[in-house]
Structure formats: structure tokens, C-alpha cells
Design a binder for this molecule. Structure first.
Ligand code: PLP
Length: 510
């Protein structure tokens, strides 16, 4: 496969070695993707410690050919993986990969430039500002999030990092207004019981007392979306106690159920108190490339920041999170640094009609950073907006098909109406052991059903619990997932349901 002879002097960036090693990896990956559907999506018989037992205790003293390394990957590593790119992976949320994503990632890691300040890699910094503007336009985000509208965006590794940055920006903005750091004990963050746990972690990290994190209950009546009314009640209570509302998170497409918060009314409520509003569209943001989903972002102009993860459902290999802010100054005031060792990189302060250079280190936590922009740029150019819309619509249509089958089968029920490509369902209570609708018994049956499906290796799904109900989640979104795979998983579920229910049926029948 073209690896260099091992006795050659080591030249880590030898062009022949780069070509040979990369070629070997590409052939390996092409074979893997040809076979990925043959692997159990998640092997059922794995135990902690298996891989450690297979591998030597110490790193090799001498280098080895790539062929040997790949043989070990095939033999020791692949069987222990959960195959996230299997077309039968329906767990969590999808984490897309694609040939364009791989190509873009190869360019990114291959060039390995580090655009922390503009001058450290001008084209990389500028490409990033162009790509985030392209993305904002594709999702019809308000103009205030574009660089030309006074805002701007950055590519980070995850929503978790992006959230910490926005919380720090909101904190410093508020503390500036309140006249000093002591006021931090009075700042309050609001989220719903469906908001991703990262907001709680982020609030802790930026010094907000845990007792000042409000988790507001949602209910089936609002489709588990957060309402302004509920926020108002919590805020009024806090203001009455002398506390200061700081930050409100609105989510479009919650992790557990795919629920949607009422962005406009939440934004209006938050503005009354000068709160920072963050709009988290980590998963469902990708759907906003289709006009029929853009209404879910209605009211986004009231937000201070918006984030979404192309690495979930936008054919982008890990990692990539877009964060847009309406006032970059809020972010950079909280995050900028000015160390001496960066002053020798040819500063460019803009001025006299020149656009200002962007130092992206001031838009994120770390200083060093990846050249993610080239990956997203390759993907957008390779598939185009039309290709991306087709990708999203294909999955939404398959999820809709599945939801209809679930609704039409009297043994099952859809627990919350589907909005995007996530279907939350379960075996209905009357098919549990308990005639009085007992959720414990129903939950038991559904746990067994999910375990049976996952143990088959022919699909992998995960669960959520809402209002005490154990819910099975089918998250359609794998890059190779087609309607046919969803049809097959429906057959599998029905078969496993029949087996599982046999253990629960009372002698007098159901
Ligand atoms: N927000 C939502 C709605 C999510 O679904 C997720 C992950 O699934 C996150 C945030 C966290 O994203 P990340 O893993 O990029 O930090």
C-alpha cells in the first residue's frame, strides 16, 4: 500500500508517505463503508476491558507499517465499536459523516494551519467568516447575525463550548451594568426541564451559583415547549427576591423529544428584563435549510446568540458547531486576551476603509483552533443547498412514514407529535401488565422491547423519560439511512414487540 521502508530516515511530512498512508486509509474506509451495514450496529456481548486486554501494555519502540496498524484496527478495534455511521443507527441524534465531510476534514487536518489570530492564517480566518455568513443565509437567520449586519459567527467544536462562551459574555455584560463582580451571586439563568444539560454545566463553569439555575417545567399541553408564561412566573419571583435575570435558553428541537420552545414569546419576555437569549438549535437547526421548517426560528431576531451543529445532521464529520452572535463585542469583551507572544504575528487593526481582521481566539475558549471552515466550505460546495435540502427531507419523510405506522398500530402510541426526524413512541399502557394504566408496568415492557431490538444488532435506538413514561426514540438522520432501513426497523420492532408481549400477557388475553 505504499508505506515507506521502515529503515528510511524519518520524514513525517514526506510527500510519498503522505500519499501512501492516506491511500491506505482511504482504501480501508471505502471497504468499511461498503460493509458497515453488515456489522451489528452495537455488539451486544461487549464488556468493559475487552480492548485493553487485546492491546500491548506499552507503545512500540519502533515504527510499524500502516498495513500492520490497519490490520489491528480491523481485528481489535472495529468489533468493539458502535457503528455510528450504520444506516440502522437511530440512537441519540445522528452524527453525520459524508465523503465531502471526509475530504474537507482531510484538507483541514492535512493543511493543519492554526487560525487563532487573523495574521496566523489570514485565508483560514476569512474563509470562516464567509462560511458562517453562508450558513446564516441558508437558514434565513436575521441579518443581525451576519457580519454585514453587525453580528457574526464562529465555528467551534461543540454546542457545549459555544454555550460557555455565551454565558460568559452575558455574565460580563450584566456585571458591567451592575457595577462589579460581587453581583454574580444575584444572576439567574433560566432553562426548561427539556433543555440540554450543558446549560447547567456552563452556568456552573462561569460562576453562576447552582441555586440560581432555574429549571422550568414543561408539559404535554405545550408539546414540552417552554412558554413565556412559565418564564414570567419564575422571573417575577426572582426579581421580587432582588435577583437579576441573566440568561434564557430557548431550544428548537430538544434532545429528548425534539420539542420546540416558543422563541418569539420567550424573546419578548426576556427583553423586558434585559436578559441574554440563546437559541439552541443543535440538531434541528439543519432542517432550517428547508423553508418549511424556518417558522420554528420565528423570533430569532430577539436572540443574542444562536447555535447549531452541522456535525449532527448536516453531513459534516465531527466536529463543527456554528455560533452566531448579534454583538460580537459582547463575546470578545469576555473572551479576549492580548499576550505579548502574539504581538509579533503582524497585527492588522483594520482602519481607514479596511475591513477589521478577525482574531477568532477571542470568540472561543481555547487559543489554538482547527481549520473547520474549509471542511464546511467543501461540504456546502460539493452538495449545494439543494442537495442538503434533499438530505433533510428524505429523513423527515422516513420519520413521518414511521410515525404513521406507529399511530396506526393499536399496540403502540406516539408520545409527542413529531416535528423533525425524531419519533418518540412506546408500547401503549393497555399492552403492559397492568390494567390500571400503571406506568411502571408499561415502562418495563418498553425497556424490554428496546433491549431486545438493540440486542439484535439490526438497529440501535435510545430512550428518554417524560412525565414518568419510558419512551423509545427513533432518530432518523444517518447519512446512509433510507426509507427502506426505517421500514426494516418497523418490522423488527413489531416482531420483537410480539415476543416481548408474550411474557406479559395475562391468561385471559389482552
Ligand atoms: N443542545 C441540544 C439540543 C442537543 O441535542 C445537544 C446534543 O445532542 C447539545 C446541545 C450538545 O451538543 P454538543 O455535543 O455539540 O455539545
Amino acid at each position: 500500500m505504499g508505506s515507506l521502508p521502515l529503515d528510511a530516515p524519518m520524514k513525517p511530512l514526506d510527500p510519498h508517505a503522505i500519499a501512501g498512508d492516506s491511500q491506505a486509509i482511504l482504501e480501508f474506509l471505502a471497504e468499511y463503508y461498503g460493509d458497515v451495514d453488515k456489522y451489528p450496529v452495537r455488539a451486544a456481548d461487549l464488556e468493559p476491558g475487552r480492548v485493553r486486554k487485546l492491546l500491548p501494555e506499552a507503545a512500540p519502540e519502533h515504527g510499524e507499517p500502516m498495513e500492520h496498524i490497519l490490520e489491528d484496527v480491523r481485528r481489535d478495534i472495529l468489533p468493539g465499536l458502535t457503528h455510528w455511521q450504520s444506516p440502522r443507527f437511530f440512537a441519540f441524534f445522528p452524527m453525520n459523516a459524508s465523503s465531502a465531510g471526509l475530504a474537507g476534514e482531510m484538507l483541514s487536518v492535512g493543511l493543519n494551519v492554526v487560525p487563532f489570530v487573523w495574521a496566523a492564517s489570514p485565508a483560514a480566518a476569512e474563509l470562516e467568516s464567509v462560511v458562517v455568513d453562508w450558513m446564516a443565509r441558508l437558514f434565513s437567520l436575521p441579518r443581525r447575525f451576519l457580519f454585514s449586519g453587525g453580528g457574526g459567527g464562529v465555528l467551534q467544536g461543540s454546542t457545549c463550548e459555544a454555550v460557555v462562551c455565551t454565558l460568559a459574555a452575558a455574565r460580563d455584560r450584566a456585571l458591567g451594568r451592575l457595577g462589579g463582580h460581587e453581583a454574580i451571586a444575584r444572576l439567574v439563568v433560566y432553562a426548561s426541564d427539556q433543555t440540554h444539560a450543558t446549560f447547567q454545566k456552563g452556568a456552573r463553569l462561569v460562576g453562576i451559583p447552582s441555586s440560581n439555575f432555574r429549571v422550568i417545567r414543561t408539559s404535554a399541553a405545550s408539546g414540552y415547549g417552554l412558554t413565556a408564561e412559565a418564564v414570567r412566573a419564575a422571573v417575577d419571583r426572582d426579581v421580587g427576591l432582588g435577583l437579576v435575570p441573566l440568561y434564557l435558553c430557548a431550544t428548537v428541537g430538544t434532545t429528548g423529544l425534539g420539542a420546540v420552545d416558543h422563541v418569539r414569546e420567550l424573546g419578548e419576555e426576556a427583553r423586558r428584563h434585559g436578559m441574554w437569549v440563546h437559541l439552541d438549535a443543535a440538531y434541528a437547526g439543519s432542517a432550517a435549510i428547508c423553508p418549511e421548517f424556518q417558522d420554528y426560528l420565528d423570533g430569532a431576531e430577539l436572540a443574542d446568540s444562536v447555535s447549531m451543529n452541522p456535525h449532527k445532521w448536516f453531513l459534516t464529520n465531527m466536529d463543527c458547531c456554528c455560533l452566531w452572535v448579534a454583538r460580537p463585542r459582547d463575546l470578545t469583551s469576555a473572551l479576549s486576551t492580548d499576550p505579548e507572544y502574539l504581538k509579533n504575528v503582524g497585527a492588522d487593526g483594520g482602519g481607514a476603509g479596511k475591513p477589521a481582521a478577525i482574531d477568532y481566539k477571542d470568540w472561543q475558549i481555547s487559543m489554538s483552533r482547527r481549520f473547520r471552515a474549509i471542511k464546511l466550505w467543501v461540504i456546502l460546495r460539493r452538495y449545494g443547498a439543494a442537495g442538503m435540502r434533499a438530505h433533510i427531507r428524505r429523513h423527515v419523510a422516513a420519520a413521518k412514514w414511521f410515525e404513521q405506522r406507529v399511530a396506526a398500530d393499536e399496540r403502540f402510541e406516539v408520545v409527542v407529535p413529531r416535528r423533525f426526524s425524531l419519533v418518540c413512541f412506546r408500547l401503549a399502557p393497555r399492552f403492559g401488565r397492568d390494567d390500571d394504566d400503571g406506568d411502571d408496568a408499561t415502562n418495563h415492557v418498553n425497556r424490554d422491547l428496546l433491549a431486545a431490538v438493540n440486542a439484535s444488532g439490526r438497529a440501535f435506538m435510545t430512550h428518554f423519560v417524560v412525565d414518568g413514561k419510558f419512551v423509545i426514540r427513533l432518530a432518523v438522520g444517518g447519512a446512509s439511512t433510507e426509507l427502506q432501513h426505517v421500514m426494516e426497523v418497523w418490522d423488527l420492532l413489531r416482531g420483537k414487540a410480539a415476543e416481548v408481549l408474550q411474557h406479559y400477557v395475562k391468561p385471559n388475553g389482552l
